[in-house]
Ligand binder design. Structure first.
Ligand code: A1CAB
Length: 329
């Protein structure tokens, strides 16, 4: 989807943390109209930070903030009375103080609070049918659908007289903060091709790699690879920096060489037509220095260890789904 074609509808971020900020920042950098965005965030200081970073951004706090962001306000008088009774705090200098209903909702709250947030929004979501995009780790679309159906009996849902909005689940990663994200996406069957495209174009603003998965359980694997993955590379870089220091190098030099090596290797891997193994072999002269290092890594079970790490993250994502999306909650 080109920038001209990019969806520019009313967008509500529910939660204004790091990932919401990354996605918002990327969209604004791509020309998404600021006046079409609203961010809800319970911490007032965080709202002020976002307002100063993105002048004119509409932020909402207070008990009615999420509902107002999703369903809009019937009139300026209604908004005024919500402000007066303390139900919401708005940015009065925002580019837009008109609260039209949102077409796309990005659920960017912590997984632990997602259930209550969605249940609170359920009537508005059912009435307005926005596209719902969740970036919460470990919460399955079926749980989100169940939260959206809160208060409606199963027979009514099954009969189709109450419709639930489609849900697209995304696992982004923190390099989105520097527009270098990698994201995995999964859509429920009722999401249309156009809605998938809208979600993809929003995520592509901050992610160089966007991959759809056909089964939702693969989102747990995306979490194990790219969601948690930046931390694995940071760990590897920490260890390399430390090794350099132990061998007598100053920390700043060891750090700078490590970071550039990581970046350079990633760029080669991305641009080269060689596979990863071939690239490794090309650096490794027989009986040379790299050969010595690789043998030490292999002897220490490096590949097994990496597999164990990725598998542990994947398993934790599945457990979170049970803990946070379970019907008991
Ligand atoms: O560690 C976590 O739970 C989240 C999910 C992926 C990255 N961070």
């Amino acid at each position: 989807m080109t920038q001209q074609e990019q969806h520019q509808g009313r967008l509500a971020f529910i939660g204004g943390g790091n990932m919401a900020e990354a996605i918002l920042g990327g969209l604004l950098a791509c020309g998404y109209p600021l006046s079409q965005c609203v961010v809800t965030e319970p911490i007032q200081a965080r709202c002020e930070f976002l307002q100063s970073k993105y002048p004119g951004l509409q932020t909402l706090s207070g008990p009615d903030a999420n509902r107002l962001a999703v369903q809009g306000s019937k009139s300026a008088t209604t908004t005024q009375s919500l402000i007066q009774d303390g139900s919401i705090q708005i940015n009065p200098t925002a580019a837009s103080t008109d609260f039209a209903p949102a077409e796309v909702i990005i659920l960017a709250v912590k997984p632990q609070v997602l259930r209550n947030v969605v249940i609170d929004l359920a009537p508005a979501l059912r009435a307005l049918q926005p596209l719902v995009i969740s970036i919460a780790a470990g919460i399955e679309t079926s749980a989100i659908v169940r939260f959206m159906a809160d208060g409606v009996d199963e027979d009514t849902i099954a009969a189709g007289s109450v419709k639930l909005p489609p849900v697209i689940r995304v696992m982004p990663n923190t390099p989105a903060l520097v527009l270098e994200g990698a994201a995995g996406m999964y859509a429920t069957a009722d999401a249309t091709a156009e809605q998938r495209e809208v979600a993809e174009s929003l995520m592509a603003a901050v992610s160089k790699q966007v991959s759809w998965v056909e089964t939702e359980s693969l989102i747990d694997t995306v979490t194990g690879i790219s969601g948690s993955g930046p931390a694995y590379f940071f760990l590897m870089m920490e260890a390399m920096e430390e090794a350099g220091v132990k061998l007598g190098m100053d920390r700043a030099t060891a750090k700078a060489l490590t970071i550039q090596t990581c970046l350079g290797a990633a760029k080669m891997a991305q641009l080269s037509s060689d596979d990863l193994e071939t690239l490794r072999i090309k650096v490794t002269s027989p009986q040379g220095t790299t050969d010595a290092a690789i043998k030490a890594f292999e002897a220490g079970g490096f590949r097994d260890l990496v597999e164990k790490g990725v598998t542990a993250a994947d398993a934790r994502s599945r457990t979170l789904a049970k803990e946070l999306g379970g019907s008991k909650l």
